[in-house]
Design a protein around this ligand. Structure first.
Ligand SMILES: [Zn+2]
Length: 173
């Protein structure tokens, strides 16, 4: 089921973008999240993968009540969707985000990595105004240093790197 979810994510969002696919399937880099953005008419689809290390500080099933609560809090933050804010002029409305915490249940292999995978979709009333997205992940997850953003739109695929001082994704509507 997990494998199926991540394959779907790659197929749905990378649309043949080989670099994004390799990155998603390979081991993650601590401090670095990957964000896939695809714009198709009024639909803005987003896929985020953030290492457990950066989201909650551990990558194994929770070992105590504190870790259980940290895990639940991170899941809630990611599901809430305020970590990604499209420019207001585009009039985008979010559908409920889907969050999968991979590697945090009892079937996780000891010593393996764990990720949070988030898929989210917006419908935008004025897609011609969709010029930027503000990413609030650095505020929510202070351990995070970089977000590699892959963008697929009408003009092809581009990549942008965000860091703690540069948190805006620029789109060309
Ligand atoms: Zn890891």
């Amino acid at each position: 089921m997990k494998l199926r979810t991540s394959c779907f994510l790659v197929l749905a969002l990378a649309t043949g973008h080989a670099a994004a696919e390799e990155r998603h399937l390979g081991p993650h880099v601590h401090g670095q999240a990957t964000l896939q953005v695809s714009v198709d008419g009024p639909t803005l689809a987003v896929g985020l993968s953030i290492p457990g290390h950066d989201a909650v500080g551990f990558e194994h099933p929770p070992a105590n009540a504190e870790q259980t609560s940290t895990l639940a809090k991170a899941t809630e933050t990611l599901r809430g969707g305020t970590w990604l804010v499209p420019v207001a002029a585009a009039g985008c409305k979010a559908l409920p985000a889907k969050v999968v915490a991979d590697g945090f249940d009892a079937s996780a292999k000891p010593g393996a990595h764990g990720d949070f995978d988030v898929t989210s979709q917006f419908t935008c009333a004025n897609p011609a105004q969709l010029a930027s997205l503000d990413v609030g992940l650095f505020k929510a997850f202070p351990a995070l240093q970089r977000v590699v953003v892959d963008i697929v739109g009408a003009n092809g695929a581009t990549e942008q790197i965000l860091d703690r001082t540069m948190t805006r994704v620029t789109l060309s509507p």
